[in-house]
Design a protein around this ligand. Structure first.
Ligand SMILES: [Zn+2]
Ligand SMILES: [Zn+2]
Ligand SMILES: [Zn+2]
Length: 322
């Protein structure tokens, strides 16, 4: 049986089990669904592996070898260990597989790990999210990169089942999105981070603000999945961190300052440097400019000095030492 057949069978078994009320079957549903999706991506890596490389792209360990026929160096897969999620994403990205929202795959991995480690069953909405994520990954990947229509490889019955669950989940997600967008957020950076907001308890994206007319830290969240209520800071802190992580990384690499720094009050990387205010807990540094020369203080100087820049402090120290 080919790797593609394996992938399809695994997804089909997953969807059959998904219907059952039995918790053990639900566990097996998520396991199979996740395994099937990974196999789809691995199938692509198998296809792209050069002939005679022992499926190099699928193997964690790849070693150089000399081809005896022409003396060139080739990379050959070694051992039994095959690539996992992060390597799959890196390799497919490097090979030009685009248009796949990898966040959906890491979220699916998160749901699978949660279900393995929690003692109580995951809320129903999380299970639906797993199916919805799988469906979107299949749609984004199959036709553009495998030249296969999802319904043709999975069969009408399985595909219809996935569609009905995913449609339901997507509608709920849309309604959460509309709710979050209607809130008057205290900072633009928080508004930009709404797509990163998740329930701190179960990590579901299905969260809503309880009272959309609430302001600042009186804003609170209710998870539509596990029904847990969360405070403004608990949701906004991690969301702003995640939303600005990429920008910060590149800006610092280019020699600039990050847009945020770690807040000494709440501990999230959500203190907006320009506004001098934490987007999550509203903490602010006492000094933003040097008391003596009025130059803007760097993040370190704001944190550790008593309102003087390094230059003035040095000069002062030198004069005092004379
Ligand atoms: Zn939750
Ligand atoms: Zn803070
Ligand atoms: Zn100064």
């Amino acid at each position: 049986m080919s790797m593609l057949d394996n992938a399809v069978q695994s997804i089909q078994i997953g969807m059959e089990d998904f219907h059952e009320e039995d918790e053990r079957r639900l566990l097996s549903a998520i396991r199979n669904l996740y395994a099937g999706i990974l196999l789809l991506f691995k199938y692509k890596l198998q296809q792209l592996s050069p002939a005679g490389s022992d499926e190099a792209l699928l193997k964690t360990k790849v070693l150089p070898a000399v081809d005896p026929t022409n003396g060139t160096v080739v990379w050959v897969g070694k051992g039994k260990k095959t690539v996992e999620v992060q390597e799959i994403i890196e390799r497919l990205n490097a090979l030009g597989v685009s248009g796949v929202d990898w966040k959906l795959l890491t979220a699916l991995q998160g749901i699978r790990n949660d279900i393995e480690h929690y003692f109580s069953p995951l809320p129903n909405e999380r299970m639906k999210e797993a199916v919805a994520n799988s469906l979107h990954l299949i749609t984004q990947f199959c036709e553009p990169h495998l030249e296969e229509r999802p319904v043709e490889i999975l069969g009408q019955q399985c595909w219809d089942m996935m569609l009905s669950v995913a449609t339901f989940f997507d509608a709920e997600l849309e309604s959460c999105k509309a709710n979050l967008e209607s809130v008057e957020w205290p900072f633009q950076e928080v508004r930009d981070a709404t797509s990163h907001m998740v329930c701190p308890e179960c990590e579901s994206r299905l969260i809503k603000v309880v009272d959309t007319s609430a302001q600042r830290d009186s804003i609170s969240f209710l998870c539509q999945s596990c029904q847990c209520e969360s405070l403004y800071c608990q949701v906004v802190g991690p969301a702003v961190e995640a939303s600005l992580a990429g920008f910060n990384h590149w800006n610092v690499r280019k020699g600039g300052e990050p847009a945020t720094c770690v807040c000494p009050e709440c501990g999230y990387d959500s203190l907006l440097v320009e506004e001098n205010k934490c987007a999550a807990c509203f903490y602010e540094f006492e000094y933003t400019h040097c008391e003596w020369c009025e130059e803007s203080l760097s993040i370190d100087e704001r944190q550790y000095s008593e309102g003087t820049c390094g230059y003035c402090q040095n000069r002062y120290d030198r004069i005092m030492a004379e």
